[in-house]
Design a binder for this molecule. Structure first.
Ligand code: RAM
Length: 353
């Protein structure tokens, strides 16, 4: 079964790659290295010292963003900048505007934001940019015209292929499925849902029927209730795909304590620490995610490379993201971190985030 999993990194590859990166990172970003005379940090690929970098997640009380933003914090420490994290507790469309306005007034050099809506923050982002800030979206993009770069975790196509393959495996290739998403405005979720619908049109998925998309708003309780509602409305549902760390954990908790445990399959994008219990008690066979810490780390370096004039953000620009190595800006100002990892009983204990 795992032989089919071409879309996700295998454990062995992940560990070897991580080990290699860690060794490289220690060598080039040592705390003891003196700053270079030109005011740039060692190992930072020409990044200026002292940049103020603010992380603005979709919501601050989501473990996924705690991990991603801490990855950003580690990068900022390496290039000797000043880090802060601010943000709303709800992932609603315009909840980030007031935070952006404050960061603009404070004169932030770099703002790294996961957008709750493709357009609602554009006015505030443009003001920040007019005030001199470089704005990098990560995790969830805005409209491409209102930011400098988007650091994408995985291509949308890569996520769609991975999620559809995992649910197909979990339900034996046939039956009704539903998607439990986050908020209805989230750019990343909506892009993935559209691509999953296209993926499901492939002949190998002809026996799978997507019956509905529900929205848990990245709130634990609402996601739990939506799961309950899905099973009440579709008694013959075979599986749920929840491409949100909040949604998949809440759905797993519901299934795990219900008559549907082991009968209705669940997969999605989750953090190993939130999902471990449900993989071990057979509620969930497998799920996927990228490294949120690496995503935040890469986004911080991308913003700093822009603010230091190392790159302008045009296609083909290259920059060094500390221990992760060199990245190239692709079409539409997108930088892609890499493929997701699939977690199941065989590897979940080797991850701690
Ligand atoms: C939630 C958020 C985030 C998404 C992850 C997988 O934490 O919706 O945007 O990327 O799940």
């Amino acid at each position: 079964m795992r032989g089919k999993r071409s879309k996700g990194l295998r454990l062995g590859t992940t560990v070897v790659a991580l080990a290699a990166l860690l060794v490289g990172g220690t060598a080039c970003a040592s705390e003891d290295d003196p700053a270079s005379p030109g005011g740039t940090s060692p190992g930072g690929g020409g990044i200026k010292d002292g940049l103020s970098v603010a992380f603005l997640p979709k919501q601050v009380n989501n473990p996924y963003f705690t991990v991603s933003d801490n990855g950003g914090k580690a990068a900022v420490a390496e290039f000797k900048g000043e880090y802060k994290e601010v943000g709303p507790s709800e992932a609603s469309a315009s909840s980030q505007v007031s935070y952006l306005n404050t960061l603009t007034q404070q004169g932030s050099d770099v703002i790294v934001v996961s957008a709750n809506d493709p357009n609602a923050i554009c006015g505030a982002v443009n003001q920040a940019r007019q005030g001199g800030a470089k704005v990098v979206t990560f995790d969830s993009d805005t409209n491409k015209d209102c930011r400098d770069l988007f650091v994408n975790q995985v291509t949308g196509q890569g996520i769609a292929e991975n999620q559809v393959e995992l649910i197909s495996e979990a339900i034996g290739g046939a039956g009704k499925i539903a998607i439990l998403s986050a908020t209805a405005n989230a750019t990343n979720q909506n892009a993935w849902i559209e691509l999953m619908k296209t993926e499901l049109k492939k002949p190998e998925y002809a026996k799978i029927e997507l019956v509905t998309v529900a929205y848990g708003d990245d709130k634990d309780e609402k996601s739990f209730q939506e799961t309950q509602g899905l099973l009440a409305s579709y008694p013959d549902l075979k599986g749920i795909v929840s491409p949100t760390t909040v949604g998949v954990a809440a759905a797993a908790r519901y299934l795990s304590g219900s008559q549907y445990k082991g009968k209705v399959a669940l997969t999605g994008l989750g953090t190993p620490n939130q999902m471990r219990e449900f993989v071990k008690n057979d509620t969930v066979k497998s799920f996927a995610l990228w490294s949120p810490a690496d995503l935040g780390y890469l986004a911080a370096y991308a913003g700093a490379a822009l603010a230091s004039g190392v790159i302008s953000g045009k296609e083909g620009d290259t920059f060094t993201a500390g221990k992760l190595g060199e990245y190239t800006v692709g079409a539409d100002g997108v930088v892609v971190l890499g493929p997701p990892t699939v977690f199941d009983t065989t590897n979940i204990d080797q991850f701690d985030f």
